[in-house]
Design a protein around this ligand. Structure first.
Ligand code: HAM
Length: 436
């Protein structure tokens, strides 16, 4: 016998483990500052989960799954991606009964039968997060900002955020028809795979990497021109909140993602540091997946990020290390300008290493009363509550409440970070500032 690991399944040798640890610890720490909790799911699942969840016509399900029968004759599949298993666990254990959204994260091995090359293997690892149960565009923005914050802390610079919205089951059919009409005259120029995609899943033609297909889809209609009112307003809010948070992005109408469950927002984070396999992370909304898997309607959004690719980027762009720790601040707000200030302040606090939580607003029920927000703050165990209310904001200030003794002070917005530092600094181990 030959003493070799199977093709595409790599060992991680001791000198590499140090880099892996650094990424893992950074991920765990960033997740903590966002208030996400870790979940671990089995390495294999019933095959139907991925067929239904990821979609029968996707490359992952059609060509890449490691599927086998166990001795009891059940068809099982090694997990090719993390979202369907997390949603399955959310439904199986009725996590929706524990308050929404449930914000969960993971670092787990995944398995796809692909042609191995630098940054692409058959056993690979993803860190990811899934926010289950809220339609608030703020969840989209948090899910986008988590991997960006991980890369920032690791010193992986030169990341670019690509953003698109692919609509929902009520507006996508019209777009699909329009795209088919556009492609009909160009079928000859498409690769054989895309010719079959034209019938079954025309959106996928847009992200084919074959040169001929790219040229043929130049000038294709954009999903953004076909969004229904709800999807359009959701996307506008996501963009607005990204701007408030100071996150730059590029709209990319070709970005459709390779898995079928996506609705509305989709995104990828790419970097030039990686060469051909340039996607560090990808994700988006999947508002229909829980129902598809037999559960209650549950809007959700998440991302998955390649660990190997983060480690490769780290190697090619010498980065800076950082530590661990944690402190909580709850940021409550009143009105639209209060909320925008709250989002910006939470981002600032997190960047400084404090854990911060915001109040999520559901489009259907709108803003919660300040009283309800303060109750949620109490339940969250926050030490401090920031209240961005309209009255104080008109004076350029917010209210800072200490949950230990209930004392309240008004603080100028630009002084808030210093005030939080004065109140909480040094009491608990906190994230070390990145050295960059
Ligand atoms: P995905 O785009 O298929 O999304 O994978 C996410 C990331 O995993 C990619 O951007 C890449 O960094 C890494 N990756 C994928 N395949 C390989 C491979 N063969 N070798 C090494 N790295 C790889 C998903 O898996 C979705 N579940 C993400 C998500 C979560 N969407 C919503 N929630």
């Amino acid at each position: 016998m030959e003493a070799r690991s199977p093709r595409g399944a790599d060992d991680i040798l001791p000198e590499e483990v140090e880099l892996w640890r650094r990424v893992e610890e950074t991920v765990a720490d960033v997740m903590r500052t966002y208030g996400y909790r870790e979940i671990r799911t089995p390495v294999f699942e019933y095959t139907e989960l991925f067929q239904r969840g990821v979609g029968e016509t996707t490359d992952v399900v059609e060509k890449q799954m490691y599927t086998f029968s166990d001795l009891g004759g059940r068809s099982l599949t090694l997990r090719p991606e993390g979202t369907a298993p997390v949603v399955r666990a959310f439904l199986q254990h009725k996590l929706y009964g524990r308050g929404l959204p449930q914000n969960l994260w993971y670092i787990q091995p995944m398995f796809r039968y692909e042609r191995p090359q630098a940054g692409r293997s058959r056993q690979f690892h993803q860190f990811g997060a899934e926010s289950l149960g809220s339609l608030d565009p703020l969840c989209d923005v948090e899910v986008i900002s988590i991997p960006l914050e991980v890369y920032r802390r690791l010193g992986i610079s030169g990341c670019e955020l690509l953003l698109n919205s692919i609509g929902c089951p009520s507006c996508r059919p019209r777009y699909r028809e329009e795209l088919r009409r556009f492609l009909a005259g160009r079928l000859e120029a498409l690769c054989p795979t895309c010719r079959s995609r034209y019938e079954r899943n025309p959106l996928r033609v847009l992200d084919c990497k074959v040169d001929g297909c790219r040229a043929a889809t130049e000038g294709a209609p954009s999903t953004l021109d076909f969004l229904c009112d709800e999807c359009r307003s959701h996307f506008a809010s996501v963009r607005r909140l990204l701007e408030v948070t100071g996150i730059e992005y590029r709209l990319d109408s070709r970005l459709v993602r390779g898995l079928d469950y996506y609705t509305k927002t989709v995104f990828e984070i790419v970097t030039r540091a990686l060469g051909a396999q340039d996607a560090l992370a990808g994700g988006g909304r999947y508002d229909g997946l829980a129902e598809e898997l037999g559960g209650p309607p549950t809007p959700a959004v998440g991302f998955g990020a390649g660990m190997e690719r983060a480690v490769l980027a780290l190697k090619s762009l010498a980065g800076s290390a950082e530590g661990d720790g944690g402190v909580d601040v709850y940021v409550a707000s009143v009105g639209q300008s209060g909320r925008e200030t709250a989002v910006a302040l939470a981002q600032k606090l997190r960047a400084a290493g404090f854990s911060a939580r915001l109040d999520y607003r559901e489009p259907a029920s709108g803003e919660r009363s300040l009283r309800a927000q303060l109750k949620a703050a109490g339940k969250s165990g926050a030490r401090l509550v920031v209240i961005a209310g309209e009255e104080e904001l008109s004076r350029g200030a917010v209210t800072l409440k200490s949950m230990d003794d209930g004392a309240q002070v008004e603080v100028a917005v630009e002084r808030l970070l210093a005030e939080v530092e004065a109140k909480l600094g040094g009491e608990r181990p906190r994230t070390a500032r990145p050295v960059v």
